[in-house]
Design a protein around this ligand. Structure first.
Ligand code: HEM
Length: 412
């Protein structure tokens, strides 16, 4: 992850080696040309300055998140008809909706994200971190993604929602297939079919649990989703299922990739690991810096509901816009020495959780997981060494995810 001079590259190639494996160099080149730049291949605007990315996230009035109308909707509508059930569920994901649907659904779901519900699961997160860290011992390289990073968030989200223990392995398996659709690893029919199968199984798994919580609420998040608000409005059974599924993916793949990218960052900046070991109270700032330095989302799409001027460019009604968080987080206009991991950096106005009406709802939970993991791992392991010879990232526009990550954790 050096910022050495980039080779001559095709700036329109968002999926080329330079963009995928050296994003800080690639996005810097785009930003230098223009913070809002037309991309011929993607047929949309790529936004790379901190100021413009945050402005874009805040501008829900002009930049739509709706995946079922506008240019993204056309792509989905072209999908095979067998995927209609999947699309039916996805169409209830409020992250892909504009007001007023978004406002109503977010408010109903948000009631579950109260500090009480979060603090209740902190001890289980701590216990889980200790258990999952055991296989990392012994000084041999371990597959960090499958042994640790994959497991922690999916078990935590199951616990948070109140999914019974015996159903968690299935959740684990299906979330990956659905993730392939949600994180836009292509909308090809094969993937949509796998996503469809996963969503059907997930819905079958969740439906009796949701019905039970509607009939007999408990002290858990699914029960909170099921409760009517003070105006008597409530989410329908399908909406509860869809939003529980949304939590699984929104919270799973992101947190997993953040943990993995963070380990790579500490391998590259071993002095920062030592600093954290000396002062574990830095874990919250270190978590924010991991989110800034190499967060799990590269960028997210929007489309223009009307024509408007945006950072010197004329955006036309219907144009697609990609708000690149990774680029915002490495913008030298916003951060001193942006390509350096500095776990004391403060304030840290990174864009990793978005901004505005769609700001990540699970941020407190993700932070808690990562802070607990960091505190424990830094306490136990004197150093970390990435042993995968050449790190490669999945070719997607949306996520920043490693294909493989083997790590040796040194206990002494
Ligand atoms: C490091 C981990 C995470 C990152 C980087 C992350 C990032 C984001 C971002 C950037 C958005 C905004 C989407 C947009 O504007 O289109 C978002 C929304 C959301 N996130 Fe997260 N997220 C993480 C973890 C979680 C977790 C653990 C949960 C659930 C427990 C979660 C639930 C959600 C939900 C429900 C939304 C939709 C909010 C809305 O549309 O109003 N996220 N997340």
């Amino acid at each position: 992850m050096t910022s050495a001079v980039a080779p001559d590259i095709d700036l329109d190639d968002l999926l080329g080696d330079e963009a995928i494996n050296h994003p800080e160099r690639y996005y810097a080149k785009l930003r230098q040309k223009s913070p809002v730049l037309w991309n011929k291949r993607w047929k949309g605007w790529i936004v790379t300055s901190h100021e413009a990315v945050l402005a874009g996230y805040r501008d829900a009035a002009r930049l739509s998140s709706d995946r079922f109308s506008g240019p993204f909707g056309a792509e989905l509508r072209n999908a095979e008809s067998s995927s209609q059930q999947l699309l039916g569920f996805l169409s209830k994901f409020f992250v892909w909706k504009d007001p007023p649907y978004h406002t109503r659904a977010r408010a109903l779901v948000n009631r579950a994200f109260v500090p009480k519900n979060l603090e209740v699961i902190r001890p289980s997160i701590q216990k889980l971190v200790r258990e999952l860290a055991d296989p990392l011992r012994g000084g041999e390289p371990v597959d960090f993604l499958s042994r640790f990073a994959f497991n922690l968030p999916v078990i935590v989200i199951s616990e948070f929602l109140g999914v019974p223990q015996e159903a968690r392995n299935d959740l684990h398996a299906w979330s990956e297939d659905l993730g392939a659709v949600i994180f836009v690893r292509g909308h090809d029919d094969e993937k949509l079919k796998r996503g469809e199968a996963a969503m059907t199984k997930l819905a079958d798994l969740l439906r009796p649990i949701v019905q039970d919580r509607i009939a007999a609420p408990r002290e858990d998040v699914l029960s909170a989703f099921a409760q009517p608000n003070e105006n008597g409005e409530r989410l329908s059974e399908d909406e509860i299922i869809a939003n529980a599924a949304l939590m699984v993916f929104a919270g799973h793949e992101t947190t997993m990739n953040l943990l993995a990218n963070g380990i790579v960052a500490f391998h590259q900046f071993p002095d920062q690991w030592q600093m954290l070991r000396k002062d574990p109270t830095l874990a919250p700032k270190a978590t924010e810096e991991m989110l800034r330095f190499d967060g799990p989302i590269r960028g997210l799409g929007r489309w223009a509901k009307e024509s408007f001027d945006f950072s010197g460019q004329r955006i036309a009604q219907g144009d697609r816009v990609l708000l690149v968080q990774h680029a915002a987080n490495r913008d030298p206009a916003a951060f001193d020495e942006p390509d350096k991991l500095d776990i004391t950096r403060w304030p840290n106005r990174h864009a990793a959780f978005g901004q505005g009406i769609h700001t990540c709802m699970g941020a407190p939970l993700a932070r808690m997981e990562v802070q607990e993991a960091l505190t424990y791992l830094a306490g136990e392991f004197v150093s970390i060494e990435v042993t995968t010879p050449k790190l490669e990232y999945n070719p997607t526009i949306v996520s920043r995810s490693l294909k493989q990550l083997n790590v040796r954790f040194h206990e002494s």
